[in-house]
Design a protein around this ligand. Structure first.
Ligand code: FAD
Length: 409
Protein backbone atom coordinates (compact mmCIF):
# COMPACT_ATOMS: atom_id res chain seq x y z
CA UNK A 1 0.00 0.00 0.00
CA UNK A 2 1.47 3.35 -1.05
CA UNK A 3 0.76 6.04 1.54
CA UNK A 4 3.44 8.63 0.72
CA UNK A 5 5.29 9.65 -2.45
CA UNK A 6 8.32 11.89 -2.79
CA UNK A 7 8.36 13.68 -6.14
CA UNK A 8 11.57 15.22 -7.47
CA UNK A 9 10.92 18.06 -9.96
CA UNK A 10 8.12 20.65 -10.05
CA UNK A 11 7.70 20.66 -13.83
CA UNK A 12 4.50 19.52 -15.58
CA UNK A 13 5.17 15.83 -14.78
CA UNK A 14 5.93 16.33 -11.09
CA UNK A 15 3.09 18.73 -10.31
CA UNK A 16 0.55 16.70 -12.30
CA UNK A 17 1.69 13.52 -10.53
CA UNK A 18 1.30 15.13 -7.11
CA UNK A 19 -2.21 16.33 -7.97
CA UNK A 20 -3.40 13.08 -9.50
CA UNK A 21 -1.95 10.76 -6.85
CA UNK A 22 -3.44 12.91 -4.10
CA UNK A 23 -6.84 13.41 -5.75
CA UNK A 24 -7.33 9.90 -7.10
CA UNK A 25 -5.23 7.62 -4.91
CA UNK A 26 -5.25 9.47 -1.59
CA UNK A 27 -1.43 9.37 -1.53
CA UNK A 28 0.35 12.09 0.46
CA UNK A 29 2.79 13.78 -1.91
CA UNK A 30 5.66 16.18 -1.38
CA UNK A 31 7.43 17.85 -4.31
CA UNK A 32 11.09 18.96 -4.23
CA UNK A 33 12.32 21.34 -6.95
CA UNK A 34 15.96 22.30 -7.58
CA UNK A 35 15.22 25.86 -8.73
CA UNK A 36 14.88 28.59 -6.14
CA UNK A 37 11.53 29.63 -7.63
CA UNK A 38 9.22 28.57 -10.46
CA UNK A 39 10.93 28.95 -13.85
CA UNK A 40 9.57 31.71 -16.02
CA UNK A 41 11.94 30.87 -18.88
CA UNK A 42 10.93 28.53 -21.67
CA UNK A 43 8.79 29.02 -24.68
CA UNK A 44 5.31 27.85 -25.52
CA UNK A 45 4.34 24.21 -25.56
CA UNK A 46 1.81 22.46 -27.72
CA UNK A 47 -0.92 20.52 -25.92
CA UNK A 48 -2.81 18.23 -28.29
CA UNK A 49 -6.19 16.80 -27.24
CA UNK A 50 -4.73 13.64 -25.66
CA UNK A 51 -3.12 16.05 -23.16
CA UNK A 52 -5.98 18.59 -22.93
CA UNK A 53 -8.26 15.71 -21.87
CA UNK A 54 -5.93 14.93 -18.96
CA UNK A 55 -5.61 18.54 -17.82
CA UNK A 56 -9.43 18.51 -17.78
CA UNK A 57 -9.39 15.40 -15.57
CA UNK A 58 -6.93 17.15 -13.22
CA UNK A 59 -9.46 19.95 -12.76
CA UNK A 60 -7.38 22.71 -14.37
CA UNK A 61 -9.08 22.91 -17.78
CA UNK A 62 -10.78 26.28 -17.20
CA UNK A 63 -7.68 27.90 -15.72
CA UNK A 64 -5.51 26.78 -18.63
CA UNK A 65 -8.11 27.40 -21.32
CA UNK A 66 -8.30 31.00 -20.10
CA UNK A 67 -4.55 31.39 -20.78
CA UNK A 68 -3.89 29.14 -23.78
CA UNK A 69 -4.28 29.93 -27.44
CA UNK A 70 -6.86 27.68 -29.07
CA UNK A 71 -6.00 29.05 -32.53
CA UNK A 72 -7.51 26.51 -34.80
CA UNK A 73 -6.23 26.99 -38.30
CA UNK A 74 -2.98 25.39 -39.42
CA UNK A 75 -1.35 26.64 -42.58
CA UNK A 76 1.67 25.45 -44.48
CA UNK A 77 2.82 28.38 -46.56
CA UNK A 78 5.29 27.80 -49.35
CA UNK A 79 8.05 30.28 -49.94
CA UNK A 80 6.34 32.11 -52.78
CA UNK A 81 2.53 31.90 -53.08
CA UNK A 82 -0.57 31.47 -50.99
CA UNK A 83 -0.74 28.53 -48.52
CA UNK A 84 -0.67 25.08 -50.12
CA UNK A 85 -2.47 23.63 -47.15
CA UNK A 86 -5.00 25.00 -44.69
CA UNK A 87 -6.54 22.74 -42.12
CA UNK A 88 -8.80 23.43 -39.19
CA UNK A 89 -6.84 21.38 -36.71
CA UNK A 90 -8.93 22.55 -33.75
CA UNK A 91 -12.17 21.40 -35.35
CA UNK A 92 -10.64 18.05 -36.38
CA UNK A 93 -9.41 17.50 -32.81
CA UNK A 94 -12.77 18.43 -31.27
CA UNK A 95 -14.65 16.17 -33.70
CA UNK A 96 -12.36 13.25 -32.95
CA UNK A 97 -11.96 13.62 -29.18
CA UNK A 98 -14.22 16.34 -27.77
CA UNK A 99 -11.16 18.46 -26.95
CA UNK A 100 -9.26 21.09 -28.94
CA UNK A 101 -5.57 21.84 -29.17
CA UNK A 102 -3.65 24.46 -27.17
CA UNK A 103 -0.45 26.46 -27.45
CA UNK A 104 0.40 27.72 -24.02
CA UNK A 105 3.38 29.27 -22.26
CA UNK A 106 5.19 26.67 -20.19
CA UNK A 107 5.33 29.23 -17.39
CA UNK A 108 1.50 29.44 -17.44
CA UNK A 109 1.18 25.66 -17.08
CA UNK A 110 3.51 25.72 -14.07
CA UNK A 111 1.64 28.63 -12.48
CA UNK A 112 -1.75 26.92 -12.89
CA UNK A 113 -0.50 23.56 -11.58
CA UNK A 114 1.23 25.20 -8.61
CA UNK A 115 -2.00 27.00 -7.68
CA UNK A 116 -3.88 23.70 -7.88
CA UNK A 117 -1.24 22.00 -5.72
CA UNK A 118 -1.54 24.78 -3.17
CA UNK A 119 -5.32 24.36 -3.18
CA UNK A 120 -4.85 20.63 -2.46
CA UNK A 121 -2.35 21.53 0.30
CA UNK A 122 0.45 19.65 -1.43
CA UNK A 123 3.82 20.92 -0.17
CA UNK A 124 6.22 22.09 -2.91
CA UNK A 125 9.72 22.94 -1.67
CA UNK A 126 12.09 24.98 -3.86
CA UNK A 127 15.89 25.18 -3.81
CA UNK A 128 16.33 21.47 -2.99
CA UNK A 129 19.31 19.74 -4.61
CA UNK A 130 19.13 15.97 -4.42
CA UNK A 131 22.38 14.29 -3.38
CA UNK A 132 21.55 10.64 -2.64
CA UNK A 133 18.82 8.03 -2.98
CA UNK A 134 18.73 4.94 -0.71
CA UNK A 135 16.23 2.23 -1.41
CA UNK A 136 15.31 -0.81 0.70
CA UNK A 137 12.54 -3.39 0.36
CA UNK A 138 10.37 -1.32 2.73
CA UNK A 139 10.98 2.33 1.78
CA UNK A 140 13.04 4.88 -0.11
CA UNK A 141 15.05 7.73 1.43
CA UNK A 142 16.45 10.86 -0.25
CA UNK A 143 19.00 13.37 1.03
CA UNK A 144 19.57 16.96 -0.08
CA UNK A 145 22.58 19.25 -0.25
CA UNK A 146 21.24 21.37 2.63
CA UNK A 147 21.53 18.33 4.94
CA UNK A 148 17.80 17.52 5.08
CA UNK A 149 16.34 14.13 4.22
CA UNK A 150 12.95 12.52 3.67
CA UNK A 151 11.52 9.00 3.29
CA UNK A 152 8.47 7.58 1.56
CA UNK A 153 6.97 4.43 0.06
CA UNK A 154 7.80 5.51 -3.50
CA UNK A 155 10.00 8.05 -5.27
CA UNK A 156 8.99 9.63 -8.57
CA UNK A 157 11.79 11.06 -10.70
CA UNK A 158 10.07 13.91 -12.56
CA UNK A 159 13.23 15.99 -12.88
CA UNK A 160 13.47 16.34 -16.63
CA UNK A 161 16.00 15.31 -19.23
CA UNK A 162 19.04 15.79 -16.97
CA UNK A 163 17.34 13.89 -14.14
CA UNK A 164 19.36 13.42 -10.95
CA UNK A 165 17.08 10.56 -9.86
CA UNK A 166 18.10 8.75 -13.05
CA UNK A 167 21.80 9.62 -12.73
CA UNK A 168 22.09 8.87 -9.01
CA UNK A 169 19.91 5.79 -8.86
CA UNK A 170 17.82 4.40 -11.70
CA UNK A 171 20.17 4.32 -14.70
CA UNK A 172 23.44 6.14 -13.92
CA UNK A 173 25.25 5.20 -17.12
CA UNK A 174 22.77 6.46 -19.68
CA UNK A 175 23.16 9.98 -21.10
CA UNK A 176 20.80 12.05 -23.28
CA UNK A 177 21.80 12.20 -26.96
CA UNK A 178 21.90 15.26 -29.20
CA UNK A 179 19.14 14.86 -31.81
CA UNK A 180 20.99 16.78 -34.56
CA UNK A 181 18.34 19.54 -34.53
CA UNK A 182 18.56 22.89 -32.75
CA UNK A 183 15.92 25.50 -32.18
CA UNK A 184 15.93 29.26 -31.97
CA UNK A 185 12.85 30.87 -30.54
CA UNK A 186 11.39 34.10 -29.22
CA UNK A 187 8.20 35.31 -27.64
CA UNK A 188 7.07 38.84 -28.41
CA UNK A 189 3.92 40.93 -28.26
CA UNK A 190 1.75 40.65 -31.35
CA UNK A 191 1.78 44.47 -31.49
CA UNK A 192 5.38 44.12 -32.75
CA UNK A 193 3.88 43.19 -36.09
CA UNK A 194 3.13 45.88 -38.60
CA UNK A 195 -0.63 46.36 -38.94
CA UNK A 196 -2.60 45.14 -40.76
CA UNK A 197 -0.74 41.87 -40.32
CA UNK A 198 -1.12 38.86 -42.61
CA UNK A 199 -0.09 36.68 -39.66
CA UNK A 200 -3.45 35.13 -38.87
CA UNK A 201 -4.34 33.66 -35.47
CA UNK A 202 -3.12 30.32 -36.70
CA UNK A 203 -0.32 27.81 -36.56
CA UNK A 204 1.75 28.89 -39.55
CA UNK A 205 4.71 27.02 -41.00
CA UNK A 206 7.15 27.67 -43.81
CA UNK A 207 10.05 25.44 -44.87
CA UNK A 208 13.16 27.16 -46.13
CA UNK A 209 16.00 25.26 -47.81
CA UNK A 210 17.61 25.19 -44.37
CA UNK A 211 14.90 24.43 -41.83
CA UNK A 212 11.39 25.15 -40.59
CA UNK A 213 10.05 28.55 -39.53
CA UNK A 214 6.82 28.68 -37.57
CA UNK A 215 4.81 31.34 -35.78
CA UNK A 216 1.84 30.80 -33.48
CA UNK A 217 -0.12 32.78 -30.92
CA UNK A 218 0.52 31.39 -27.43
CA UNK A 219 -2.04 33.22 -25.25
CA UNK A 220 -5.84 33.17 -25.23
CA UNK A 221 -6.10 36.78 -26.37
CA UNK A 222 -3.39 36.30 -29.00
CA UNK A 223 -1.40 39.20 -27.53
CA UNK A 224 1.79 37.09 -27.45
CA UNK A 225 3.38 35.35 -30.42
CA UNK A 226 5.86 32.50 -30.30
CA UNK A 227 8.13 31.98 -33.28
CA UNK A 228 10.78 29.34 -33.77
CA UNK A 229 13.24 28.34 -36.43
CA UNK A 230 14.52 24.77 -36.20
CA UNK A 231 17.19 23.21 -38.35
CA UNK A 232 19.81 20.50 -38.43
CA UNK A 233 23.09 21.68 -36.91
CA UNK A 234 26.24 19.65 -36.21
CA UNK A 235 27.35 19.51 -32.60
CA UNK A 236 30.06 22.17 -32.13
CA UNK A 237 33.59 20.78 -31.58
CA UNK A 238 34.32 17.22 -30.50
CA UNK A 239 32.54 17.35 -27.23
CA UNK A 240 29.03 17.82 -26.16
CA UNK A 241 29.94 20.41 -23.55
CA UNK A 242 27.56 23.05 -22.21
CA UNK A 243 30.34 25.64 -22.78
CA UNK A 244 30.62 24.62 -26.43
CA UNK A 245 26.89 25.01 -26.92
CA UNK A 246 26.84 28.27 -24.98
CA UNK A 247 29.43 29.90 -27.27
CA UNK A 248 27.86 28.34 -30.34
CA UNK A 249 24.42 29.49 -29.28
CA UNK A 250 25.58 33.06 -28.69
CA UNK A 251 27.11 33.19 -32.14
CA UNK A 252 24.05 31.58 -33.72
CA UNK A 253 21.82 34.18 -32.09
CA UNK A 254 24.20 37.01 -33.08
CA UNK A 255 24.16 35.83 -36.68
CA UNK A 256 20.48 35.16 -36.48
CA UNK A 257 19.01 38.22 -38.10
CA UNK A 258 21.36 38.15 -41.08
CA UNK A 259 21.18 34.35 -41.28
CA UNK A 260 17.41 34.33 -41.06
CA UNK A 261 16.95 37.00 -43.66
CA UNK A 262 19.17 34.96 -45.93
CA UNK A 263 17.35 31.69 -45.16
CA UNK A 264 14.03 33.43 -45.78
CA UNK A 265 15.07 35.30 -48.91
CA UNK A 266 12.85 33.11 -51.09
CA UNK A 267 9.81 33.81 -48.93
CA UNK A 268 8.14 36.60 -50.82
CA UNK A 269 4.93 38.65 -50.73
CA UNK A 270 3.09 39.84 -47.63
CA UNK A 271 3.89 36.67 -45.75
CA UNK A 272 7.63 37.09 -46.36
CA UNK A 273 7.45 40.74 -45.27
CA UNK A 274 5.54 39.73 -42.14
CA UNK A 275 8.14 37.16 -41.12
CA UNK A 276 10.99 39.59 -41.72
CA UNK A 277 9.11 42.25 -39.72
CA UNK A 278 8.71 39.76 -36.87
CA UNK A 279 12.41 38.94 -36.80
CA UNK A 280 13.39 42.60 -37.00
CA UNK A 281 11.11 43.36 -34.04
CA UNK A 282 12.65 40.58 -31.93
CA UNK A 283 15.18 41.78 -29.33
CA UNK A 284 15.96 38.58 -27.52
CA UNK A 285 16.29 35.13 -29.07
CA UNK A 286 16.90 31.86 -27.25
CA UNK A 287 18.97 29.05 -28.73
CA UNK A 288 18.70 25.48 -27.61
CA UNK A 289 20.10 22.24 -28.94
CA UNK A 290 17.50 19.46 -28.73
CA UNK A 291 18.46 16.34 -26.78
CA UNK A 292 16.54 13.10 -26.36
CA UNK A 293 16.73 9.92 -24.28
CA UNK A 294 17.64 6.58 -25.81
CA UNK A 295 14.77 4.05 -25.72
CA UNK A 296 17.04 1.67 -23.79
CA UNK A 297 16.84 3.91 -20.69
CA UNK A 298 15.80 2.00 -17.57
CA UNK A 299 12.63 3.50 -16.07
CA UNK A 300 12.27 1.99 -12.62
CA UNK A 301 13.74 0.15 -9.66
CA UNK A 302 11.80 -1.51 -6.82
CA UNK A 303 10.38 1.72 -5.32
CA UNK A 304 11.40 4.40 -7.74
CA UNK A 305 10.02 5.31 -11.17
CA UNK A 306 10.94 7.97 -13.75
CA UNK A 307 8.14 9.91 -15.43
CA UNK A 308 8.08 12.43 -18.29
CA UNK A 309 11.32 13.76 -19.77
CA UNK A 310 13.43 12.06 -17.08
CA UNK A 311 12.50 8.73 -18.68
CA UNK A 312 11.83 9.50 -22.32
CA UNK A 313 12.58 13.09 -23.38
CA UNK A 314 11.80 13.29 -27.08
CA UNK A 315 12.23 15.82 -29.85
CA UNK A 316 9.52 18.49 -29.60
CA UNK A 317 8.49 18.44 -33.28
CA UNK A 318 5.17 16.70 -32.61
CA UNK A 319 4.44 18.85 -29.58
CA UNK A 320 3.75 15.79 -27.40
CA UNK A 321 6.36 16.15 -24.59
CA UNK A 322 4.04 17.52 -21.93
CA UNK A 323 1.16 15.25 -22.94
CA UNK A 324 3.39 12.17 -22.76
CA UNK A 325 4.29 13.19 -19.19
CA UNK A 326 0.58 13.50 -18.34
CA UNK A 327 -0.18 10.09 -19.86
CA UNK A 328 2.58 8.59 -17.68
CA UNK A 329 1.02 10.13 -14.58
CA UNK A 330 -2.50 8.91 -15.31
CA UNK A 331 -1.40 5.38 -16.12
CA UNK A 332 0.62 5.13 -12.92
CA UNK A 333 -2.34 6.40 -10.92
CA UNK A 334 -4.67 3.88 -12.57
CA UNK A 335 -2.31 1.00 -11.89
CA UNK A 336 -1.90 1.96 -8.23
CA UNK A 337 -5.66 2.17 -7.73
CA UNK A 338 -6.72 -0.80 -9.82
CA UNK A 339 -6.41 -3.63 -7.30
CA UNK A 340 -4.13 -4.68 -4.48
CA UNK A 341 -1.04 -4.92 -6.62
CA UNK A 342 2.63 -5.29 -5.73
CA UNK A 343 4.74 -2.30 -6.77
CA UNK A 344 7.04 -4.35 -8.96
CA UNK A 345 4.02 -5.78 -10.80
CA UNK A 346 2.56 -2.25 -11.24
CA UNK A 347 5.88 -0.94 -12.61
CA UNK A 348 6.26 -3.96 -14.92
CA UNK A 349 2.77 -3.49 -16.35
CA UNK A 350 3.36 0.26 -16.60
CA UNK A 351 6.35 -0.27 -18.89
CA UNK A 352 4.54 -2.93 -20.91
CA UNK A 353 1.76 -0.44 -21.71
CA UNK A 354 3.85 2.71 -21.96
CA UNK A 355 6.93 1.75 -23.96
CA UNK A 356 5.24 1.05 -27.34
CA UNK A 357 3.29 4.31 -27.21
CA UNK A 358 6.30 6.40 -26.18
CA UNK A 359 8.56 4.79 -28.79
CA UNK A 360 6.02 5.38 -31.56
CA UNK A 361 5.63 9.07 -30.72
CA UNK A 362 9.36 9.52 -30.22
CA UNK A 363 10.14 7.97 -33.62
CA UNK A 364 7.50 10.11 -35.37
CA UNK A 365 8.97 13.20 -33.67
CA UNK A 366 12.46 12.25 -34.90
CA UNK A 367 11.06 11.72 -38.40
CA UNK A 368 9.47 15.14 -38.25
CA UNK A 369 12.85 16.54 -37.14
CA UNK A 370 14.45 15.06 -40.25
CA UNK A 371 12.19 17.24 -42.40
CA UNK A 372 14.41 20.13 -41.23
CA UNK A 373 17.50 18.83 -43.08
CA UNK A 374 19.16 21.17 -45.56
CA UNK A 375 17.62 20.69 -49.00
CA UNK A 376 17.87 22.04 -52.46
CA UNK A 377 15.16 24.76 -52.66
CA UNK A 378 13.50 22.90 -55.54
CA UNK A 379 12.73 20.09 -53.05
CA UNK A 380 11.06 22.24 -50.43
CA UNK A 381 7.61 21.53 -51.89
CA UNK A 382 8.24 17.82 -51.16
CA UNK A 383 8.60 18.58 -47.46
CA UNK A 384 5.50 20.72 -47.41
CA UNK A 385 3.58 17.94 -49.14
CA UNK A 386 4.92 15.28 -46.75
CA UNK A 387 3.73 17.24 -43.75
CA UNK A 388 0.38 18.08 -45.35
CA UNK A 389 -0.12 14.39 -46.25
CA UNK A 390 0.31 13.36 -42.62
CA UNK A 391 -2.65 15.56 -41.76
CA UNK A 392 -4.74 14.62 -44.78
CA UNK A 393 -4.36 10.87 -44.17
CA UNK A 394 -5.28 11.24 -40.49
CA UNK A 395 -2.07 9.67 -39.11
CA UNK A 396 -1.43 12.64 -36.81
CA UNK A 397 -4.99 12.51 -35.48
CA UNK A 398 -4.62 8.84 -34.52
CA UNK A 399 -2.00 9.81 -31.96
CA UNK A 400 -4.35 12.48 -30.59
CA UNK A 401 -7.32 10.15 -30.18
CA UNK A 402 -5.35 7.82 -27.89
CA UNK A 403 -6.92 7.85 -24.43
CA UNK A 404 -4.77 6.62 -21.55
CA UNK A 405 -7.88 6.59 -19.31
CA UNK A 406 -9.35 3.77 -21.38
CA UNK A 407 -6.30 1.65 -22.06
CA UNK A 408 -6.80 -1.91 -20.79
CA UNK A 409 -4.71 -2.53 -17.65
C1 FAD B 1 12.96 25.74 -17.99
C2 FAD B 1 12.35 24.83 -19.04
C3 FAD B 1 11.87 25.38 -20.23
C4 FAD B 1 11.30 24.55 -21.22
N1 FAD B 1 10.85 25.11 -22.36
C5 FAD B 1 10.28 24.34 -23.31
C6 FAD B 1 9.81 24.90 -24.54
O1 FAD B 1 9.95 26.08 -24.78
N2 FAD B 1 9.22 24.08 -25.46
C7 FAD B 1 9.06 22.73 -25.21
O2 FAD B 1 8.50 22.02 -26.06
N3 FAD B 1 9.51 22.17 -24.07
C8 FAD B 1 10.12 22.94 -23.12
N4 FAD B 1 10.58 22.35 -21.97
C9 FAD B 1 10.40 20.90 -21.80
C10 FAD B 1 8.95 20.55 -21.45
O3 FAD B 1 8.54 21.28 -20.33
C11 FAD B 1 8.94 19.05 -21.18
O4 FAD B 1 9.29 18.36 -22.35
C12 FAD B 1 7.59 18.48 -20.79
O5 FAD B 1 6.74 19.42 -20.26
C13 FAD B 1 7.73 17.31 -19.82
O6 FAD B 1 7.82 17.84 -18.52
P1 FAD B 1 8.68 17.21 -17.33
O7 FAD B 1 8.01 17.69 -16.10
O8 FAD B 1 8.88 15.76 -17.55
O9 FAD B 1 10.13 17.88 -17.47
P2 FAD B 1 10.57 19.41 -17.31
O10 FAD B 1 9.60 20.31 -17.91
O11 FAD B 1 11.97 19.47 -17.79
O12 FAD B 1 10.55 19.67 -15.72
C14 FAD B 1 11.51 19.10 -14.85
C15 FAD B 1 11.53 19.89 -13.55
O13 FAD B 1 12.46 19.27 -12.66
C16 FAD B 1 13.35 20.26 -12.15
N5 FAD B 1 14.61 19.60 -11.83
C17 FAD B 1 15.62 19.28 -12.65
N6 FAD B 1 16.59 18.64 -11.97
C18 FAD B 1 16.18 18.56 -10.69
C19 FAD B 1 16.74 18.02 -9.51
N7 FAD B 1 17.93 17.42 -9.49
N8 FAD B 1 16.04 18.09 -8.35
C20 FAD B 1 14.82 18.71 -8.32
N9 FAD B 1 14.24 19.24 -9.42
C21 FAD B 1 14.90 19.17 -10.59
C22 FAD B 1 13.42 21.29 -13.25
O14 FAD B 1 13.87 22.55 -12.78
C23 FAD B 1 11.97 21.33 -13.73
O15 FAD B 1 11.19 22.17 -12.93
C24 FAD B 1 11.20 23.14 -20.99
C25 FAD B 1 11.69 22.59 -19.78
C26 FAD B 1 12.27 23.42 -18.81
C27 FAD B 1 12.79 22.81 -17.52
Amino acid sequence: MVKKAIIIGAGPAGLAAALRLKQNNGIDCIVYEIREKPATIGGAVNIPPNGVRLFNKLGVYDALNARASSASLMTIAPTDKTPIFEYDIGEACRNATGFGIWRVLRADIIEVLLAAAQHEKIPVEFGKTLTEVFETRESVKVTFEDGTEDSADILLGCDGIHSSVRKLHVDPLIEPEYSGVSNMFAILPSTALAAPSPVKPAIQMTFTSDGLFSVVPCTASGDQLYWFYSRKIEMPGDEDSRDGWEAFGQKAVQDLKMGMFDALKDVTGKWGDAIRGLISATDSVKFYPIYKMAPSCRWSTGRCILLGDAAHAMQPHLGQGTSMALEDVFLLSRLLESRPIELDEAFRRYEEIRRPRVEKISQSAAHSGNLRAKLDPSMSRTREETLAAQWRNGSRLTDYVYNILEVEL
